[in-house]
Design a protein around this ligand. Structure first.
Ligand code: NI
Length: 177
């Protein structure tokens, strides 16, 4: 496995529309393993292949929620979920708001409103098809990650003023580094 470099805004590759996966081979499994290693190292809860420069419709997500059996609240439960060629349907009218961040827009967070629930069809690493109703943080996270496949960043959902403020802050952080 390998930790891959994560592309950051304004890299134009983040605006590319990713292509469907058609070969469910060893190279795909290797890429998915590397994406997990990269995501955990960052650390983050989701990563799209284009964020490591590969324009394929592949998402890895692990919400890493706190382990309820750990009284100190330090341990998290790992639950890696791989979504290949994800397709959405049946969005709820109801929306939820989460403070989102993105490994490609480092250290910046802003409230984004998205449908609270949706149905997702996808394929796993072996090409098998799955369908599941997504709710809560998973619903938000998978919509954020799927945006990457369409060349969209979470900052695109903000007002222009808010987006410009956030990008200015990012420039300042980079200069200081
Ligand atoms: Ni992101």
């Amino acid at each position: 496995m390998a930790i891959l470099p994560i592309i950051e805004t304004p890299d134009p590759r983040l605006r590319v529309i990713s292509e469907p996966v058609t070969e469910f081979d060893g190279a795909l499994k290797q890429l998915v393993a590397d994406m997990y290693e990269t995501m955990y190292d960052a650390p983050g809860i989701g990563l799209a292949a284009i964020q490591v420069g590969v324009p394929k419709r592949i998402l890895v997500i692990d919400l890493q929620e706190p382990d309820p059996e750990d009284e100190e609240g330090k341990r998290v439960l790992r639950n890696p979920r791989t979504f290949i060629n994800p397709v959405f349907s049946d969005f709820t009218e109801e929306h939820s708001v989460y403070a989102e961040g993105c490994l490609s827009v480092p250290e910046q967070f802003a409230d984004v409103t998205r449908p609270a629930e949706l149905t997702v069809d996808w394929q796993d690493e072996d090409g098998n098809r799955h369908r599941e109703r997504m709710t809560g943080l998973m619903a938000t996270c998978i919509q954020h990650e799927h945006d990457h496949l369409e060349g969209i960043l979470f900052i695109d959902h903000l007002s222009r003023l808010k987006r410009e403020m956030l990008l200015k802050k990012l420039t300042k952080i980079r200069r200081a580094a």
